[in-house]
Design a protein around this ligand. Structure first.
Ligand SMILES: Nc1ncnc2c1ncn2[C@@H]1O[C@H](COP(=O)(O)OP(=O)(O)OP(=O)(O)O)[C@@H](O)[C@H]1O
Ligand SMILES: [Mg+2]
Length: 310
């Protein structure tokens, strides 16, 4: 697909990272929750002004073509409420956009992963994000069923922090918990040290990965639940189509060691991680921009409709 140059931008407001694309190749990203306070929580905006302060310079950086109009295609979880959707809209308008269209994240993730969303055969996308696990079945260019669970990698890191404190008395930072999550995942044998502070002193100690795994598993179970719920409620025909193509994983959680295998074991369906799963949503949102611009679909789509014409 050839990307047409438009003055419009794509935005992925993630719990961990805010990403903006358009104007030129690639995308830029910033931490969603700087030290000053929470901007995003469990996939949704909690402080619209803080979000707009992050977005404003990103918009300026990305915009190459002038003009007074700047339309933004933003992504949100499939279970977003009207109130949460309004917060997405208002922070983007406050950051300088003239209009906003919101599309569901798994649809953008599918487009960004070159999954054939126009096919009449159902595809199952699972986005394991920092705050939300969002699953959707897509066919004929639209989402036909979806289940989201507001649980993600941030919950796994909280378990690691709590476990380190209980098992070793060491308080570890969020980034140390992330390091352990990335190096260990579901590994029950790999030796690992935690580093942090204990009684005001720098301290480190080994932890038992098997014991940590036992604590992580209930949260992983919550992340697998929407996938299973979605499959259990699919009619037989659509289920067979999903089995045929397998499950596509996106989001940072897809990179956690053992996650792909856990989905495959829980469902019995072949599961694959897409290429560059962290950028799938923003890439897809950006690829949707030319359609929206050329066909002037901004009004037609409205903020509630969740379909992409193909
Ligand atoms: N290489 C990696 N290995 C394991 N985990 C990773 C890796 N890279 C990122 N992660 C995990 O993925 C998380 C971020 O995922 P992602 O960027 O998909 O979330 P998000 O889009 O900001 O959140 P959400 O979509 O839930 O609002 C990180 O915080 C980290 O815990
Ligand atoms: Mg995301």
């Amino acid at each position: 697909m050839t990307l047409l140059r438009t003055p419009d931008l794509a935005v992925d407001l993630g719990t961990a990272r805010i990403r903006v694309a358009g104007g030129r190749a690639g995308f830029c990203e910033r931490p969603a929750n700087p030290a000053t306070g929470a901007t995003m929580e469990r996939g949704v905006v909690v402080d619209a002004s803080a979000a707009s302060r992050i977005l404003h310079p990103m918009f300026k950086e990305r915009r190459r073509l002038g003009g007074t109009k700047m339309r933004v295609l933003a992504c949100a979880p499939t279970d977003v409420s009207p109130l949460e959707r309004n917060l997405v809209r208002s922070c983007i308008l406050e950051a300088g956009a003239t209009s906003v269209i919101i599309v569901p994240e798994p649809l953008a993730a599918a487009v960004g992963s070159h999954v054939d969303i126009g096919s009449r055969y159902s595809k199952l996308m699972v986005d394991f994000g920092d705050g939300v696990t969002d699953c959707a079945v897509i066919s004929d260019g639209r989402i036909t069923a979806s289940v989201a669970e507001r649980t993600g990698c941030a919950d796994l890191r909280r378990v690691i922090q709590r476990f380190a404190a209980d098992a070793t008395g060491i308080v570890i930072s969020d980034s140390e918990a992330d390091r352990i999550l990335r190096s260990l995942g579901t590994d029950r044998e790999k030796p690992v040290m935690v580093e942090g502070t204990s009684r005001g002193q720098r301290s480190s100690a080994p932890i038992r990965p098997a014991n940590l795994y036992a604590e992580l598993w209930p949260v992983m179970g919550l992340m697998l639940r929407p996938v299973k719920t979605l499959l259990e409620n699919l009619d037989a025909g659509k289920g067979a189509e999903v089995i045929e193509d397998g499950i596509f994983l996106t989001g940072g959680g897809a990179l956690i060691h053992g996650m792909r295998e856990a989905v495959a074991a829980a469902t019995g369906i072949e599961t694959r991680v897409v290429k560059d799963p962290l950028g799938a949503v923003i890439r897809g949102a950006c690829r949707m921009l030319p359609f929206a611009s050329c066909l002037n679909l901004w009004k037609m789509w409205g903020t509630h409709q969740r379909t992409l014409p193909v």
